[in-house]
Ligand binder design. Structure first.
Ligand SMILES: Nc1ncnc2c1ncn2[C@@H]1O[C@H](COP(=O)(O)OP(=O)(O)OP(=O)(O)O)[C@@H](O)[C@H]1O
Ligand SMILES: [Mg+2]
Length: 222
């Protein structure tokens, strides 16, 4: 394996009952790349992302993430591995409604041995970076969509992930707010060299990326 290959998917297939949703997909993402995954609704983008990030196991094929083969790992191993190496950003934000903004951001740090003050400091640092320093004590319900997504991005970054997976991160936002979120992600890539695989419907947004992977009916076509 080349050191710069942060993510390798080899001959991945995923079948739900009699429906093959991902069909023999192979791809490589290099460290520092910003790749977008596009294709029509239902073509298998979210499913492929779940396979590549270790959220789901493929029916066939292999995934090697950060030099480790994650195919066949136990649920427990996978959860630990994801927590250490992977960040996630979702269309629906997936914040915990009963926790404040900073507590949501700090959540991935709770299993790690550190003081609450250290966790809070780190969460506040990231919220400041997301220009959310004035909204740290608010519950998600009191935040706008764009603010929620900034909190979710801060949470995704708190473990210094090797790669961030984003599934339509601007899908629930109006276009101006979506553009602002895309600008944040693009800057994280440019300034910090963050590796990212982003699913999007919109070819317009995909243009921000270094490379576009197209899917059709479960297959990668470019
Ligand atoms: N757990 C599941 N059980 C059965 N079928 C599923 C499951 N998850 C996804 N599918 C099916 O797999 C296909 C691909 O779904 P997927 O969510 O990956 O598409 P997508 O490209 O992300 O679509 P969208 O752009 O609408 O989010 C769909 O036909 C969907 O119904
Ligand atoms: Mg999807």
């Amino acid at each position: 394996m080349n050191n710069a290959d942060i993510l390798i998917g080899a001959n991945l297939s995923k079948r739900f009952d009699d429906l093959e949703v991902v069909k023999d997909v192979s791809l490589i993402i290099k460290e520092g790349e910003f790749v977008s995954l596009v294709g029509k609704s239902g073509c298998g983008k979210t499913t492929l992302l779940s396979l590549l990030s270790g959220l789901e196991q493929p029916t066939k094929g292999q995934v090697i993430l950060n030099g480790k083969e994650i195919t066949g790992a136990s649920e427990e191993e996978l959860a630990l591995f994801r927590r250490e190496h992977v960040g996630f950003i979702f269309q629906s934000f997936n914040l915990i409604p009963t926790l404040s903004a900073w507590e949501n951001v700090a959540l991935p740090l709770f299993p790690i041995k550190m003081t609450n003050e250290q966790r809070q400091d780190r969460a506040l640092e990231l919220l400041n970076q997301m220009e959310m320093g004035h909204r740290t004590e608010h519950l998600p319900a009191a935040l706008s969509g764009g603010e929620k997504q900034r909190v979710a991005i801060a949470r995704a970054l708190i473990n210094n992930p090797k790669i961030v997976f984003a599934d339509e991160p601007t899908g629930n936002l109006d276009s101006a707010t979506g553009d602002a979120i895309m600008a944040i992600l693009s800057e994280l890539h440019k300034k910090q060299g963050m590796t990212m695989l982003m699913v999007t419907h919109a070819l317009e947004l995909a243009k921000t990326a270094d490379r576009v992977i197209r899917m059709q009916d479960g297959e990668v076509i470019t």
